[in-house]
Design a protein around this ligand. Structure first.
Ligand SMILES: [Ca+2]
Length: 183
């Protein structure tokens, strides 16, 4: 854990999580990685498939998704570096870096476009890892159009439980990320 992330976690762990934001949306979760890819392709006419789990949304903007086995036997609760491949900003459905994973990469470092999270995953992230290039800072938004500031995340930092992180606009981050400024 980076110094910044450690400091934030220590401070925010003292705050009570808000039950209003803690409800997980599981009704429309895709059951497989292939289904998750198909959701993106169906919802964005400009999206083009470029790999087994990768979709190009625009030149230089790539989204990668995967559906993982959430059983404790498979996921012991500790995060491995391979859980968030470089150079992605990785969002996870559940706390502790488990559940459906929605990863975003932008080819040009520091171009920093606001990327809307596809509708089926918008408002679902409960933990995240920033494995973007060193020195970059990405921004997380509560609205799909790059407004509603939740806060910032430095590269090589992570947040294990967004219910414990205080948002700039009030409340916490849990199940609220709908777009990201990926740097
Ligand atoms: Ca969630």
């Amino acid at each position: 854990m980076t110094g910044i992330a450690a400091a934030a976690f220590t401070t925010l762990a003292l705050m009570a999580p808000s039950a209003a934001y803690a409800q997980a949306r599981t009704d429309d979760a895709p059951a497989t990685t292939e289904a998750a890819v198909q959701r993106i392709l169906q919802s964005d006419p400009d999206a083009k498939r470029i790999g087994p789990s990768e979709v190009s949304l625009a030149p230089g903007v790539t989204v990668s998704v995967r559906v993982v086995d959430q059983s404790p036997a498979v996921k012991a609760g500790t995060m491995a570096a391979s859980d968030c491949p470089y150079p992605y900003l990785c969002l996870f459905d559940n706390a502790g870096f488990t559940g459906t994973q929605y990863n975003i990469a932008v080819a040009q470092v520091n171009a920093c476009p606001d990327i809307p999270i596809d509708s089926w995953f918008a408002g679902r992230a409960s933990s995240l890892v920033n494995h973007r290039p060193s020195g970059t800072v990405s921004t997380l938004w509560a609205n799909s159009n790059g407004t509603g500031l939740l806060g910032y995340q430095h590269a090589y930092g992570y947040r294990a439980n967004l219910a414990l992180d205080s948002a700039s606009i009030g409340g916490n981050w849990d199940n609220r990320i709908r777009s990201a400024r990926v740097c």
